[in-house]
Design a protein around this ligand. Structure first.
Ligand code: FES
Length: 260
């Protein structure tokens, strides 16, 4: 983890109220794993006091750049949405524990919805490279949206299955409904990030198929570094884990989705 001052490279609208922000990465901050996140200051030194957390949506070591997708829906994100190339950014990254890349003869199935799109796009990219090197099978990516208006205008992983609740594009229904009907000869390995209802539905499908499930949680955060318990989430055994420091990626079979 490193805090650094950097510059915004680009800010692109990718869907209604959604933006992708790309910034200069500082080489000695290491390489952020898919599923890990950063926090960024969104305004002056003391106001707003809390940094905002965002999952990485891409990373390019050669270009020394990293990106995240955010939804403009509050004071902090409105601040980000009015920045321009060259604007200064105060970044703390990488934070948290990310996804463990798949191995062997099993089918990685990536499921994303809402702002969970970003980490799944980054994970799909990492798995594509991993599969090319012969370490795992090619992934299937399934993304769910309310309607076609919310589908981002950005490069998506090759062969992505698009699902819309209203059927305005792609499969009519939720990403989980598509998954429930999906038949693949290889045993599945599930990876997901998105709304709680979707995460809980993926857990049920994984349980039915006795398959592993890595879930990137989206919790409200305060400190972002494990010090305040503001991001605690309940596990099925009654214990609490900190999304920022113990996650945000957890064994999805252990999370008590009913309490989120
Ligand atoms: Fe403070 Fe996670 S946000 S412990």
């Amino acid at each position: 983890m490193k805090r650094f001052d950097t510059k915004l490279i680009s800010l692109k609208p990718v869907a209604r109220d959604y933006f992708e922000l790309t910034f200069v990465w500082q080489a000695d901050a290491g390489i952020p794993a898919p599923g890990t996140f950063l926090t960024v200051r969104t305004g002056g030194e003391y106001d707003p006091i809390l940094r905002r957390p965002f999952a990485f949506s891409s990373f390019d070591k050669e270009a020394r750049s990293a990106a995240f997708i955010f939804q403009n829906r509050g004071r902090g994100t409105s601040y980000l949405a009015q920045l321009s190339p060259g604007s200064s950014l105060d970044v703390l990254a990488p934070l948290g524990k990310g996804f463990v890349l798949p191995q062997g003869e099993a089918r990685p199935i990536l499921v994303g919805g809402g702002i969970g799109l970003g980490p799944m796009v980054y994970l799909a990219d990492a798995i594509r490279t991993h599969a090319k090197a012969g370490h795992c099978e090619a992934a299937i990516t399934v993304l769910g949206f309310r309607s076609a208006d919310f589908i981002p205008s950005m490069p998506l992983p090759e062969g992505t299955v698009l699902c819309t609740d209203d059927g305005s594009l792609g499969f009519k229904g939720t990403a989980a409904a598509y998954l429930a009907a999906l038949n693949d000869p290889l045993p599945p390995l599930y990876f997901a990030c998105g709304p709680t209802a979707m995460m809980a539905a993926v857990e049920k499908i994984a349980a039915l198929r006795n398959a592993p499930y890595q879930a990137a949680t989206e919790q409200w955060m305060a400190c972002g570094v494990g010090a305040c318990m503001g991001c605690a989430l309940r596990m099925k055994d009654g214990s609490y884990q900190r999304a920022c420091a113990d996650g945000p990626v957890f064994d999805g079979m252990l999370v008590d989705w009913e309490t989120l």
